[in-house]
Write a protein that binds this ligand. Structure first.
Ligand code: SF4
Length: 353
């Protein structure tokens, strides 16, 4: 065992987290779901989602048998919805090709939608007792500091170097514990800001710490300014207090979730409203609310809500459905809604209280 892994494991035995829900009754399915939820999301946010998900879909068969709608409803608010859709797709694939048993080779696991090399490594090490390395965001940060890596860790050449080190540090025994331990170390000690070097088991060998340059590592990604895109939501409410939503196509942002009709320009939004007025023979007043921003990984979306109330919907010809506003506002509503839509529905509800 290398010094590094020995120190990390020694620390884990004393200070690591041993009571996370996915550490109890370890199965490939449970570890897989946790690893997918933990991509881009912190442990404390994931825990309640994970617990609800496990109650609703306790195994691969129940996940495959559920509708995408049900799966996304359980993902509502967690963000990065492609993760939920990919889990669901993978469950179908496992039922069809592996008789419902989670695959056990690296090649088969990494071929599942939404699973990359690091996630496959984590599942293999933690749930299937096979020696594979991981290199998620936490581990990248720890190793970049420990090795004082010059350059952005996401750069191809640097990433290859980190993988090589991650593999070398993975011990020949206890690799499941080590995987959990190194992730924990990054999440609780070698944190993004204010790392707790005084509590770190590898501080003595850490080049960043020893040369007093912890703040310099990891190097940041070369900056690109995120563009701002504008979008207009047409928020229709009928005389019975129902609101009109459309199911989004599978591809693109918020795929498979429900949202207000969306337009690239104010003009397009007004024209659609005019068409509805002609169909319903009723003139509606359209009120523009203050805009707000929702940020994606590659751009900011500036959302401009356009609200029309008291719509006589019976004669409206359009694709979509009317939903009771109040029932969408309850905690854990059963419809998959992106966060900005939930926010707008709640604002509409508040106006009525
Ligand atoms: S000594 Fe500090 S910077 Fe180095 S690995 Fe430990 S916590 Fe991270």
């Amino acid at each position: 065992m290398s010094n590094f892994s020995e120190q990390v494991l020694g620390w884990f035995d004393l200070h690591g987290r041993h009571d996370l829900p996915w550490q109890q009754t370890i199965t490939p399915y449970r570890v897989w779901v946790s690893e997918i939820m933990l991509q881009q999301t912190q442990v404390k946010t994931v825990i309640p989602y994970y617990e609800r998900f496990m109650i609703a879909f306790p195994d691969i068969a129940s996940l495959a048998a559920a509708s995408q709608e049900e799966v996304l409803a359980h993902w509502s608010g967690l963000g990065y919805y492609a993760r939920g859709r990919n889990l669901h797709k993978s469950a179908h694939y496992i039922m069809a090709h592996f008789e419902g048993v989670f695959p056990s080779t690296f090649e088969d696991i990494v071929a599942l939608p939404g699973i990359g090399r690091s996630t496959a490594g984590a599942i293999l090490a933690i749930a299937l007792q096979q020696r594979y390395a991981i290199l998620d965001g936490n581990v990248k940060r720890v190793l970049s500091r420990y090795l004082a890596l010059q350059g952005w860790p996401g750069h191809k050449k640097n990433e290859a170097f980190l993988w090589q080190k991650a593999e070398a540090y993975t011990p020949k025994q206890r690799f499941g514990d080590y995987t959990q331990a190194i992730m924990d170390l990054g999440a609780t000690v070698c944190t993004r800001s204010k790392p707790r070097c005084s509590a770190c088991p590898v501080a003595k060998g850490c080049l960043a710490k020893q040369t007093n340059r912890v703040e310099q590592f990891p190097f940041s990604k070369p900056k690109k300014i995120k563009p701002v895109k504008q979008t207009f939501f047409l928020m229709l409410e009928n005389t019975q207090g129902q609101i009109f939503l459309q199911k989004r196509p599978q591809k693109g942002i918020w795929g498979g979730l429900w949202s207000f009709p969306q337009f690239d320009s104010r003009q397009a939004c007004l024209e659609q409203m005019k068409a509805y007025e002609t169909q319903t023979e009723c003139v509606q007043s359209l009120v523009e609310w203050n805009s707000f921003r929702h940020t994606f990984s590659h751009y900011h979306l500036e959302i401009i809500p356009m609200v029309a109330k008291g719509v006589k919907h019976q004669k409206m010809q359009c694709e979509g459905e009317w939903f009771c506003r109040q029932s969408l506002c309850v905690e854990r509503a059963t419809l998959g809604l992106p966060a900005p839509i939930t926010k707008l529905v709640r604002l509409m509800e508040r106006e009525h209280v």
